[in-house]
Design a binder for this molecule. Structure first.
Ligand code: IVH
Length: 702
């Protein structure tokens, strides 16, 4: 009898491995037929049997579970299947508050920014743990529904969103253009039922209600989504042809009147004391709500104030998420592993006996650094209390020393990199302050295989080159075999594959096929042209993250001028350094790091090889027809109509660059009463000086 016909109980280990391989292929074939071609070749029942058999074998032989196991997937790969849509108004994220003091600071910042004598009225509402969606209505008709994605663009999941009962397809009495935003989520009861159903059918079960909601919404076949018990709460909006109301509270009520479900626990609060009272009340009520919430969101009620407050980076100044305290659990520390990050930092990772915390199985936790291990005296074998808050990496909060096994030794932190070169790892001393870093870093830089690999992972990550199908796992594999050891190699993969230099060719490898290999090469080709800010971020220069990369891109506009400035900064040319430092938001540390990066011959050479392969687009000029777009402005003295922060934010939103010091490149100095040395310098250099009122007239403010 062939293995395919044997009972699971009767299979030998070798037969089971062969069966799992056969089932993985077979199920993948049917998935493709069903999801991509809409042409199933077998009945649903026969398909379910295949999955059940696969699950049963995996249960008997967990060690044989394959990387491409069908139980890890539902349907075909989703992200390639949905069209990308750019949001008319970006979908923002929220800053977090973890304590009452954080909330107090939040309110104080708003008061300072708007120069208010009293605390502003705030709304407080549950932070629903689901995934956000944008629903676009034109003339009352639902025309587009999208996931949040990276905030700028998401996936078009209109057909799927339309299956959710709480989402009307038509609404009456709405503005001509109305984008409703809110959270797609699943209740606890529905989640439990869904998982039972999935399990009975031998299908993948979900980790928690949020994953279940996300997995259900991103099904290729809306018929499947329709069978999933999804719900939707409306709490915000995107593009509008006319305002909904004058306040947050009334605008949300209006969404309720238009037919959307809104949260009954939204309240209007007078100030700190009031919001904290609502927070505690919701914390009490949390377990009875029947759906997951992970905190309370506070928003400034007056919409005109929200507008003035604007955003920092990707989060509004007018809102914050006050998180509930983390959930805790006790488990055993089996080992401490040292990981090497992109910048060489040696990070100790706790390998734990798996334990469920707040619905998620945790087997790793961060131990931060060697001082932290010494301070807590964490030893291998210890029983530890861990906590997990939201998406943050779990942490060890306490060691239960009375449970310590005999003979457990204090942990000795390695002084060398764990890679085969065993390069010395050192704690840096800040040359300016003399402070010793808590981080021990491998000094190998580009000689260190771990750092190179992490650099490559960063290079292809979402906020950098974002190459579909080329994630950490693939980079890991290409790096290990030596096929990709620097960024430029990614762009020569296809040619080398065609020339037979990859052995075996990609399409013949485990986990790859003709189609997926072709897709990867296509995704790589699509990134041969890249935006300047993404490119700068991709370089992985220390202290230059996404936000700094964006500042540099808008300031320098093109790769050539950024490179010139960076080379000059690395030669320590005072003027180039000054200009870079004058960019609001840039500090010495970042400028030093840029200088060091470009001074390194290895980096410069690798960059040149990369630039043979890719084209860096000039930065989009601020999409603004304001007369100050692209101009460099410095504010000095005291301003009377706005706070300094608000004036700066407003200027930036109009496309101006705000600098901290006056130079030959300054276009305007806005000087209020009490202006001193900057005014003098501007006059010497012949920079145009404006009063606050002149400035307002120029930007069309009043
Ligand atoms: S307001 C500009 N309100 O939290 C602020 N967000 O961390 C836009 N979320 O992506 C969001 N409940 O998925 C807002 N009542 C609520 C929310 C909420 C959950 C999620 C949302 C957003 C994320 C930001």
């Amino acid at each position: 009898m062939s293995a395919a016909h044997k009972d699971v109980e009767a299979l030998s280990e070798a037969e089971a491995a062969a069966e799992l391989e056969r089932l993985a292929k077979e199920i993948a074939k049917h998935d493709k037929a069903y999801y991509e071609k809409d042409a199933p070749k077998i009945s649903d029942a026969a398909y379910d049997q295949l999955r059940q058999r696969n699950a049963a074998i995996e249960e008997r032989f967990p060690q044989l579970k394959r990387n491409d196991s069908p139980s890890e997937r539902v349907g075909a790969k989703p992200s390639e299947q949905f069209a990308e849509v750019r949001h008319a108004v970006p979908m923002l994220s929220l800053g977090n508050a973890f304590s009452d003091e954080d909330v107090e600071d939040f309110i104080a910042r708003i008061r300072r920014f708007l120069n208010l004598e009293e605390s502003p009225v705030l709304t407080a509402e549950p932070k629903i743990d689901g995934l956000s969606a944008n629903l676009r209505y034109e003339d009352g008709e639902l025309v587009l529904g999208a996931t949040r994605g990276d905030g700028r663009s998401g996936e078009n999941v209109t057909a799927n969103l339309k299956t959710i009962p709480g989402i009307p397809h038509r609404i009456e009495g709405a503005p001509d253009v109305l984008e409703v935003r809110g959270e797609v989520y699943m209740s606890h009861a529905d989640f439990a039922t869904l998982n039972q159903r999935q399990e009975a059918a031998g299908k993948k079960t979900y980790m928690n209600p949020r994953n279940a909601a996300a997995g259900s919404l991103r099904q290729i076949d809306p018929k499947i989504t329709a069978q999933r018990p999804l719900r939707f709460f409306a709490y915000a909006w995107g593009e509008l042809s006319e305002p909904l109301a004058a306040t947050q509270y009334e605008a949300v009520q209006r969404l309720g009147e238009l037919g959307f479900e809104i949260n009954a626990d939204m309240a209007r609060c007078e100030g700190l004391e009031d919001v904290l009272k609502h927070y505690r009340a919701l914390e009490e009520k949390r377990a009875q709500l029947g759906y997951d919430i992970d905190g309370v969101v506070y928003k400034v009620d007056r919409l005109d104030w929200q507008e003035r407050l604007g955003f920092v980076s990707r989060a509004p100044r007018w809102a914050i998420a006050h998180k509930f305290p983390a959930e805790k659990a006790t488990t055993v520390l089996n080992d401490i592993e040292i990981q090497v990050g992109r910048t060489g930092a040696l990070t100790p990772v706790a390998k734990l006996k798996p334990v469920t915390v707040g619905g998620v199985v945790v087997s790793n936790a961060t131990l931060h650094n060697e001082d932290e291990i010494a301070r807590k005296d964490v030893r291998i074998g210890d029983t530890v209390v861990i906590q997990r808050a939201g998406d943050v990496i779990p942490q060890i909060v306490e060691v239960l020393t009375d449970k310590r096994p005999k003979g457990a030794e204090p942990f000795e932190f390695p002084k060398t990199c764990p890679c085969k070169l065993a390069t010395p790892a050192e704690r840096e001393v800040n040359p300016r302050t003399g402070e010793v870093s808590v981080v021990r870093r491998c000094t190998g830089e580009f000689a260190c295989p771990y750092q190179r690999k992490e650099h490559l992972k960063h290079f292809v990550s979402r906020k950098a080159f974002d190459i579909e199908g080329l994630g950490e796992k693939q980079i890991e594999a290409f790096y290990e075999e030596g096929a990709v050891t620097e960024p430029a190699h990614i762009f020569t993969l296809k040619a080398r594959n065609e020339a037979g230099e990859l052995d075996p060719p990609l399409s013949k490898r485990e986990g790859w096929g003709e189609k997926s290999a072709a897709n990867l090469f296509e995704a790589i080709e699509a990134r041969r042209t890249i935006a300047l800010s993404r490119f700068i971020n991709a370089l992985g220069i220390r202290h230059v993250g996404e936000e700094t990369a964006r500042l540099l891109a808008t300031t320098y506009g093109s790769w050539t001028s950024f490179r010139e400035a960076a080379d000059a900064a690395s030669d320590d040319e005072a003027e180039a350094r000054e200009t870079m430092l004058s960019i609001d938001g840039m500090g010495d540390t970042a400028v030093d790091a840029i200088g060091r990066f470009f001074a390194e011959d290895h980096n410069a050479a690798a960059l040149d090889r990369l630039l043979d392969q890719v084209t860096v687009e000039d930065a989009e000029q601020a999409a603004s027809d304001s007369p100050v777009a692209g101009k460099t402005v410095v504010f000095t003295g005291s301003l009377e109509r706005f706070t300094r922060d608000e004036a700066k934010a407003r200027a930036q939103s109009l496309g101006a660059k705000v600098a901290g010091s006056v130079s030959g490149k300054t276009d305007y100095l806005v000087a209020g009463p009490g202006a001193g040395s900057k005014l003098k310098k501007a006059e010497e250099l012949g920079v145009q000086v404006l009063s606050e009122d002149d400035w307002l007239t120029l930007i069309g403010g009043e």
